[in-house]
Design a protein around this ligand. Structure first.
Ligand code: MN
Length: 230
């Protein structure tokens, strides 16, 4: 087979065992912590289904050794959101909640970087969020840890610091939709497959980054990561 343009490379993340996890698609959960929903002016009620949006696979950045993220164009409001990342090892359609965790390879700490001004404009017009959420390098992620080594975290402090000052703090057990429920819900719409990555939503305290911001983020029992905005 001769391709007419170069075949794109597969984005991937480091794994704590020295191997790599290839990225197929990135799904993100919106408003999965009541206090964050409130700070966005939204209801923290558990609705009929989790609110899901996507980022391109190549928005993912391996930040296992830190990463420099260039301040993106067309915005004046780059915001941080720290989130639990869930790496999917095997797929399926209509996955039952009680079988969902069997599809998880492992976990990491991710940033769902967001252009809040573009998101606010999109919301006001009823337009898609893509430019606010799916820009280049908008998803830096720590090394992944296999669930075989760490189990499945049900609770754990989720935190983010900018220049040494605490900005975000929450706990995984505050999530409105559990990881298993999110996997089940996504698989009602599309067939989940190995390599899919899910960012499970952010706790309250989101806020702006500027050129020079040094970000550290972590989830107790999962890991830590960091980026610098340049
Ligand atoms: Mn988010």
């Amino acid at each position: 087979m001769a391709y007419v343009v170069p075949v794109p490379s597969t984005p991937s993340l480091a794994v704590s065992n020295g191997q790599r996890f290839p990225i197929r698609r990135v799904f993100c959960v919106g408003r999965n912590y009541a206090k964050h929903a409130a700070e966005m002016g939204a209801s923290g009620e558990r609705g009929a289904a989790p609110m899901i949006f996507c980022k391109p696979a190549d928005a993912v950045v391996d930040a296992s050794s830190g990463a420099e993220i260039a301040y993106p164009p067309k915005t004046e409001k780059l915001h941080h959101e720290v989130e639990l990342a869930v790496a999917i090892s095997s797929g399926g359609r209509d996955i039952p909640v009680d079988q969902a965790m069997g599809h998880v390879y492992g976990y990491g700490v991710a940033l769902d970087l967001t252009l809040r001004d573009l998101q606010e404009k999109a919301k006001a017009k009823g337009h898609p969020w893509d430019w606010a959420k799916g820009f280049d390098r908008s998803a830096p992620v720590s090394a992944l840890v296999p669930a075989a080594d760490m189990g499945h975290p049900q609770a754990g402090r989720v935190w983010l610091e900018v220049d040494g000052a605490l900005r975000q703090e929450g706990d995984l057990d505050d999530q409105i939709w559990s990881v298993a429920e999110v996997i089940a819900a996504i698989s009602e719409h599309v067939e989940l497959k190995a390599g899919d990555l899910i960012l499970t939503g952010t706790p309250s305290g989101v806020g702006p980054l500027v050129k020079g911001s040094v970000v550290r983020a972590g989830i107790d029992g999962v890991g830590e990561m960091g980026i610098t905005v340049v």
